[in-house]
Design a protein around this ligand. Structure first.
Ligand SMILES: Nc1ncnc2c1ncn2[C@@H]1O[C@H](COP(=O)(O)OP(=O)(O)OP(=O)(O)O)[C@@H](O)[C@H]1O
Ligand SMILES: [Mg+2]
Length: 511
């Protein structure tokens, strides 16, 4: 999903992520009089053009052009002045944007008006008013009883044909949707959160007759940033029929326009694979009588109005049923012990089971045991979970990367602690034991472990008790260079795995 500024592309490289508020606080705009190339003196504040009484974007642009004319500045002089106030606008951008009738970006307006020596606030306020009106006028909220036929968006993916288990969770989810504005489906990577979210949305679709929207929010490429709030709001607005050119580029404005369009409607919004609470916070609750389902490995409990349904891995019996469905009951029943072992190796996670089953389905003459034997070698186990571009590593990486690449140093430390934990003998561990083995204070170990629990990378079956699931452990070993196939530049080998860890890369751990 890629959303550019729908109002205007006035600024070069004007991607939303590059938006920054100019810091003019310590840089007062100088009076215009005689400043640039000895131009004549004008007192703008007293009698300059004002944005009052403007009703359309075209009028707004006329007024901006009048402002430029009024100052008498050339584009070259304006360019110099924008650079002086710390937000350089090239003259080509100034000229091409002012020639158009579409609303420019907020930053453009603010910088230009400042460069002309006026207070930008009335201008930016007017621009915001026009942008919101444009977005909503393009698709006004209709009363529920509107006799006009309306195209109802039904964007939900189809989802798997039949889910194994999850009846209790689905039941709870659907009941919550009737009463809770935001419902989060959370759980470990690959637990089936998206599948359950999609199924629940289908089951509850009749409660939302004005449509069901879907947006997949995972980053499009490894290492890429996941979509930002303004991009997500833009996608939803366009899905609701708002023309791209009317979609505000500013996150707050776009979120406001979304709430306006949704007011008076009953729409269900499924935001799938949400990375962090910050990614969706401006957008939810979506408002009115609409509701949102969010799926995420993060708990997202800090979101206003949210309730949570947690997905554990499947039970051993459900995992066997899933294998039976995917590779046939005869094959599973012919090797019950191997099938049980395979389910264990998959951590009873639907994604692992699905990928392992896909391998076997493509090899109808292999016994199940052949795959479990290949998986016996921990160094290549994760490689066995890779089929047709789908990979278990990719799911594990999502949660891990959010920590490892976070701006928060505690999150980054948690990612490094996971690498250290992966080098310890597998199994349940008490906090004091973990702290001693990690050579950390209990307080620091507690903070890192709880962070890992929040990210669903470590299990906690009770206070002070922790376990790194096997597949997470193997992934973290790979990432820390302590094992696996060395694809990430590792070379430590598995031999070193159970030794007392070194605090490589983790100086903060000594707290
Ligand atoms: N209960 C289930 N029964 C049958 N298939 C399932 C079930 N849950 C999930 N699946 C299938 O398992 C695979 C993984 O599920 P899904 O993508 O929903 O997991 P996820 O938790 O959203 O993963 P991620 O952490 O990567 O977002 C999908 O192919 C899905 O169709
Ligand atoms: Mg998912």
């Amino acid at each position: 999903m890629s959303v550019r500024n729908g109002v205007s592309d006035g600024l070069p490289g004007g991607d939303l992520r590059e938006w920054r508020k100019p810091n003019h606080a310590d840089r007062p705009v100088r009076p215009v009089a005689g400043e640039v190339n000895g131009r004549h003196a004008i007192s703008f504040a007293a009698d300059g053009p004002s944005p009052d009484q403007i009703r359309t974007p075209a009028e707004f642009m006329v007024r901006l052009r009048q402002l430029k004319e009024w100052t008498g500045f050339t584009y070259r002089e304006l360019e110099t002045r924008t650079a002086e106030i710390g937000d350089h606008l090239p003259r080509s951008t100034l000229a091409s944007t002012l020639r158009r009738d579409a609303l420019p970006r907020q930053r453009f307006v603010e910088t230009l008006v400042r460069a002309c020596g006026l207070d930008p606030v009335p201008w930016t306020r007017t621009r915001t008013r026009l942008a919101v009106r444009l977005a909503t006028a393009a698709h006004p909220a209709e009363p529920p009883s509107s006799p006009e036929p309306r195209r109802v968006p039904c964007q939900l993916p189809v989802g798997p044909p039949g889910l194994v288990g999850r009846d209790r969770e689905l039941d709870r989810l659907v009941r919550m949707l009737a009463t809770t504005p935001v419902t989060v489906v959370s759980g470990p990577p690959g637990a089936g959160k998206s599948a359950v979210g999609v199924r629940a949305a289908h089951m509850a679709a009749h409660l939302f007759p004005d449509g069901q929207l879907y947006a997949g929010l995972r980053a499009r490429a490894p290492g890429a940033e996941p979509p930002a709030p303004a991009e997500i709001a833009g996608l939803l607005l366009r899905s609701l029929g708002v023309p791209g050119a009317s979609v505000p580029a500013d996150a707050e404005e776009a979120a406001g326009a979304l709430r306006t369009v949704l007011s008076g409607r009953r729409v269900l919004v499924l935001l799938d694979d949400v990375a962090t609470a910050a990614q969706v916070r401006p957008l939810v609750p979506v408002g009115g009588r609409s509701a949102a389902i969010l799926t995420s490995t993060a708990a997202l409990t800090s979101l206003d109005g949210s309730g949570c349904v947690y997905l554990d891995p499947l039970s051993p019996d459900e995992a066997r049923q899933m294998l039976e469905r995917l590779i046939g009951a005869e094959r599973v029943r012919a090797e019950p012990e191997a099938a049980r072992t395979l389910a264990d190796l998959c951590g009873h996670l639907p994604l692992g089971l699905r990928l392992a089953a896909a391998r076997l389905a493509a090899r109808p003459h292999w016994p199940v045991r052949a795959l479990t034997e290949r998986m016996d070698d921990e160094r290549r186990r994760l490689d066995e979970f890779r089929v047709d571009g789908m990979e278990l590593r990719a799911s594990l990486a999502v949660s891990f990367e959010h920590l490892a690449r976070s701006h928060d140093e505690h999150a980054r430390l948690a990612a490094r602690v996971l690498g250290l934990l992966a080098g310890l003998p597998p199994g349940e561990m008490r906090l004091a034991e973990a702290a001693a083995l990690l050579d950390m204070s209990q307080e620091a170990a507690d903070r890192a472990l709880e962070r890992l629990v929040d990210a669903n990378l470590v299990e906690s079956r009770g206070p002070g008790s922790y376990r790194v699931p096997d597949l997470v452990r193997l992934f973290a070993l790979e990432r820390s260079g302590g094992g696996g196939n060395g694809r990430d530049g590792g070379g430590g080998g598995h031999g070193a795995r159970h030794e007392r860890p070194h605090l490589w890369q983790a100086p903060e751990a000594h707290t």
